[in-house]
Design a protein around this ligand. Sequence first.
Ligand code: ZN
Length: 237
Amino acid sequence: MKANSQQQETLLDLSRIDLQLRRNQKLINEINEAAAVQAARQQLLVNSESLLAVRNRLDELSLELGRAEVDLNLVEGRIERDQARLQQSSNQKDIQGIQSELQSLQKRKGELEEAEIVLLERQDELNRELAAVQNERDGLQKRLTVLEDEQTSGLAKLNSGQQLLREDRARGLGQLSAELAEHYEKLFAKSIGVGRLDGLICDACGMTLSGDSIDAIKNTPVDELAHCGECGAILVR
Ligand SMILES: [Zn+2]
């Protein structure tokens, strides 16, 4: 197939452009899949569940504390009333009865106060846990924002690069005859490119060509297309 040296250089350019387009497309696909972004979203989801669980436990604890407070107030009220009765009473039997009741009320009061302390300690612990989960959440959200921004700007850069490469490609194809353009497209569709002959080496496949292949290339007129005997690439001399 006829191709002057200018057209052969254009074929080489086209092949480089197409390889770059493919590499960029691979990067675009990777950025779109964005494993890191998906992992960060997943971590945030797990964190949301932890946050909800800690908040629920704090709500339950707050109800328990409320109930403990009511119980304690009741016991304290009864103690006050019993003490007043004790002041007023002169009947020995009554006094004994009230004293015995006061004893068990004080014991009950002590138990309720201890239980309240345990609940308050648990509340402190949960509040620290809540702060840690919220802190982690802030970090995860910041990280996700950075990753999403990188994703957006990376894609924008690559997509505008692709646009320029496609324009170059169309311009290159426009400089070829219809026959040459079709030949190139057919080869490229089969992942066969265009290489330069570098001594005895085809730089499309990196193979050293056999003596027969070299002879065949030497016998091909310079304005005809030569092909690599190893990979089938168009060889520009
Ligand atoms: Zn080759």
